[in-house]
Design a protein around this ligand. Structure first.
Ligand code: PLP
Length: 414
């Protein structure tokens, strides 16, 4: 129960008044006990990182330490009160909500019949690999990138061609010329993570178009994972790949969800948006094989979030942007430590190269000295070795505690 004492010890009262004003109508500052609540982030952190939830701070797996929007909780309460938990029907009701949200939030005209549901986005990723490539084929990943892509490719016996992102003016860019020189002819799919995890990069429409043209030239399916689409900081904009590159829609599969933006990951519900009929026909048998009936609660939560969650979304994104600004100003001020600038997500990508320390040493200081469970950069592929990824989606008092611990753990840097 020492996690509770952390909550008690670090109160909002210790914050400068300004920090708490303006951006927090939903009280995201509130620290609630999550350890012992069937939470991967807290209850598996000891197994994952050797850091106990008793006194540790989880900054690894990507969910937020915030309660979901009231509209989402209401729909679950209604279900519990009604008491009948049978198979769900009328997915079209959810598809209308998805289409409505895609139009208003992201400017994409999606037809409900283009949408199908999966048990999470990674499951949809696996289905796309199966439908659009064969064992022994390669997929292209722009690394460092979300680690589950590598695991899924390995599980499906697809190879990975890594195209390392290059840092230009402090942000990641694709190097398509270098990639072109590495192609072997075995590649069938290029995967875009948009917004990018890690690093929170929002790809410009021009960059997406260049990638789409590259896919046209080399006859690649473009698989666009847009799960972080609803985590964009105020003033910034996510451009769906289909909007940036409409001419490439015949080779485009988009996989996304309401789960990241609205903190519903336990609902395990993703959706695939495939405007092209021929691609949908190729995907359908694979979807049938893995079970077409979506999760009742995930579907209802998705619909509730996308129809009633706009205000919550705006508030949480403003809060996350403030968390990032505080983190960047303090952690980025430590000598030799660079915090990559980001416009979206809550997954901060931090470069420890100039500390001169090995990844093992920085990992030891983070986990053993600071008692923080982060995600080691090497898990994200080539280019990530000297980085660590930190999840900032937590009440600000806890974030300040994490910052203070890291300042102490790296206090000898000059
Ligand atoms: C890019 C990306 N895709 C997919 C996922 C996970 O999706 P799901 O839990 O719906 O399988 C994550 C989780 O962090 C992610 O960052």
């Amino acid at each position: 129960m020492r996690a509770m004492s952390l909550a008690a010890a670090v109160t909002t009262a210790s914050l400068p008044a300004k920090e708490n004003e303006g951006t927090n109508p939903m009280n995201f500052d509130e620290i609630k006990q999550r350890a012992g609540t069937f939470s991967a982030k807290f209850d598996v952190m000891e197994t994952f990182a050797g850091v106990s939830p008793e006194d540790g701070i989880p900054m690894w797996v990507a969910d937020m330490d915030f309660s979901a929007a009231d509209c989402v909780l209401d729909v679950l309460r209604e279900q519990a009160e009604h008491g009948y938990l049978g198979y769900p029907g009328r997915a079209s009701l959810v598809s209308e909500a998805v289409a409505g949200w895609m139009k208003t939030a992201h400017g994409w005209d999606v037809k409900p019949e283009w949408i199908s549901y999966t048990h999470g986005v990674v499951a949809g990723f696996g289905m796309a690999l199966e439908a659009f490539s064969d064992p022994g084929d390669d997929i292209i990943l722009f690394t460092p990138v979300y680690h589950a892509f590598f695991k899924k490719a390995a599980a499906k016996r697809r190879g990975v061609l890594e195209s390392e992102l290059v840092v230009k003016d402090g942000r990641y860019e694709m190097d398509l010329a270098a990639l072109e020189g590495k192609l072997t002819g075995r590649e069938k799919i290029a995967v875009l993570c948009s917004p990018h995890n890690p690093g929170g990069r929002l790809w410009d429409a021009d960059e997406i178009r260049e990638l789409a043209a590259f896919c046209d030239k080399h006859d690649l399916l473009l698989l666009s994972d847009e799960i972080h689409m609803d985590l964009v900081f105020p003033g910034a904009k996510h451009v769906p790949t289909a909007v940036a590159a409409p001419d490439s829609v015949p080779r485009l599969v988009t996989i996304t969800a309401a789960s990241k933006g609205f903190n519903l990951a336990g609902g395990e519900t993703g959706f695939m948006i495939v405007p092209d009929e021929a691609l949908r026909a190729k995907l359908a048998p694979v979807q049938l094989e893995y079970g077409g009936t979506p999760n009742r609660f995930g579907m209802l939560m998705t619909r509730a979030a996308l129809t009633g969650g706009a205000e919550w979304s705006e508030a949480v994104r403003a809060y996350l942007a403030d968390n990032f600004a505080l983190w960047r100003d303090r952690i980025g001020a430590l000598p030799g430590i660079k915090v990559m600038d980001m416009q979206s997500t809550y997954l901060s990508w931090v470069d420890f190269t100039d500390t001169g320390m090995s990844p093992e040493e920085t990992d030891r200081r983070i986990r053993q000295d600071a008692r923080i469970a982060q995600s080691p950069g090497a898990d994200f592929g080539t280019g990530g070795e000297n980085f660590h990824r930190f999840n900032l989606a937590m009440p600000r008092p806890r974030l300040i505690e994490a910052i203070e611990r890291l300042e102490k753990a790296f206090g000898d840097l000059q």
